[in-house]
Ligand binder design. Structure first.
Ligand code: HEM
Ligand code: NAG
Ligand code: NAG
Ligand code: NAG
Ligand code: NAG
Length: 344
């Protein structure tokens, strides 16, 4: 005698259906819920490959372009959410984010423009500028990570899978950028608060600060630490004295905005966990980097990432995905800009 066994479809689909229904009822509706890995798989199958190709060409031409590409996505997400607003040009009546004080390297804008041009050729009006920033940042940091380029991390050559499906916003404000972006002199409580307002926790703060493994700073971002930190003490006590002397030789005048100082001396185009060792040795470039040691929980995280690069790289991907969800526009919100620098 054979027992009746429900057909495969029925066995799985009923509980699954109930589960999905329950999830739909319980889950709060966030626009980031509409983001997904491979959003353009049908509408523009080559989208991610095109981004990767152009970023790779740019990096082969100039290794230092990875840092501003990564930073652009961060600045985009922290001001009005990841909505491509960081790319908008100022107009007669509006000073845009990109003209706010924290300057962004122009090379990176050119790379984004080149990607957008190619994508508009292939799939007009389909891929948002906000998504281009997210994918380009992922590719830039992947190309700067040795274990990834050596194929020891993932088959696709990526540090993490990036979600897409963002739409572009219609507003960009220099004033908001000045208010929302973390400042290099922020203390830990301020940093925690700023990240929290973007839905990001202590772990995200510490692991994303690891982006300062890449790139350079200009002297004004550290000037106060070197010569004029408080009325009584002219140097930031959280900065190593010998290192301060070296930095003073590089940044000789308070309004030198031409000289570039490497975040991690000698290896500022390699993405790894060296940053955390520097922070522990009081050689982080910014006061905000050293502030991570002034809270028990963030200090523990710094020590953890210092001792495990693998954990750092893994968590970095997770936190980049978290950051990429900040206040996104999705569905029918916003627009898909045809040119990233101007509204449609
Ligand atoms: C925690 C709060 C943060 C503060 C206070 C901060 C501040 C800064 C400052 C002042 C600079 C140098 C600007 C200049 O003088 O040229 C810089 C550079 C940079 N930041 Fe941050 N940042 C923070 C978090 C992040 C995050 C979350 C990322 C990315 C995930 C990031 C990525 C970068 C990169 C890659 C550079 C180098 C850019 C280049 O070489 O062109 N930063 N940051
Ligand atoms: C946006 O501004 C940049 C820098 O001022 C300029 O080179 C570029 O042509 C502008 N783009 C558009 C589409 O107006
Ligand atoms: C900062 O931006 C301003 C205005 O766009 C530009 O004139 C200046 O050269 C930039 N400075 C640096 C150091 O990139
Ligand atoms: C030091 O900082 C004070 C207050 O921020 C400022 O007024 C002063 O001009 C600074 N001095 C120098 C030498 O930069
Ligand atoms: C630095 O920037 C200021 C204003 O942003 C500008 O007036 C000044 O000429 C710049 N200095 C150098 C050395 O480029």
């Amino acid at each position: 005698m054979t027992r009746w066994v429900p057909p495969l479809g029925l066995r799985f689909s009923l509980p699954l259906l109930l589960l999905l229904l329950a999830a739909a009822v319980i889950a709060p509706v966030h626009a980031y819920g509409k983001l997904k890995v491979g959003f353009y798989r049908q509408s523009c199958p080559d989208a991610e490959a095109i981004v990767r190709r152009i970023v790779t060409m740019a990096v082969e031409d100039d290794l230092t372009v990875t840092a501003p590409l990564l930073r652009l996505h961060f600045h985009d997400c922290f001001v009005r959410g990841c909505d491509g607003s960081v790319l908008l040009n100022s107009t007669k009546n509006n000073i845009a984010e990109r003209d706010a004080k924290p300057n962004l390297t122009l090379d990176a804008f050119n790379v984004i423009d080149a990607i957008k041009e190619k994508l508009e050729e292939k799939c007009p009006g389909t891929v948002s500028c906000a998504d281009i920033l997210a994918v380009a940042a992922r590719d830039a940091v992947s190309l700067a990570t040795k274990v990834v380029t050596k194929g020891e991390w993932s088959e696709g050559g990526s540090l993490y899978e990036v979600e897409t499906g963002r739409r572009d916003g219609r507003v960009s404000s220099a004033k908001e950028a000045a208010e929302e972006l973390p400042d290099s002199f922020d203390e830990i409580q301020k940093l925690i608060k700023r990240f929290k307002s973007k839905g990001l926790g202590l772990k995200d703060l510490v692991v994303l600060s690891g982006a300062h493994a890449l790139g350079n700073s200009h002297c004004p971002s550290l000037e106060k630490r070197l010569r004029n930190f408080t009325a009584e003490d002219d140097m930031d006590p959280t900065l190593d004295k010998a290192y301060a002397a070296t930095l003073k030789q590089q940044c000789t005048s308070p309004d030198d905005n031409v000289t570039e100082v490497q975040m991690v001396p000698g290896r500022s185009t390699t993405f790894d966990s060296t940053y955390y060792r520097l922070v522990k040795e009081n050689k982080g470039l910014f006061h905000s980097d050293e502030a991570l040691l002034s809270n028990g929980a963030t200090k523990m995280l710094v020590y953890g990432y210092m001792s495990s690069e693998k954990r750092f790289l893994k968590d970095f991907g997770v936190s980049m995905v978290n950051m990429g969800r900040a206040d996104v526009l999705a569905g029918s919100e916003g627009e898909i800009r045809r040119t990233c620098a101007v509204l449609n």
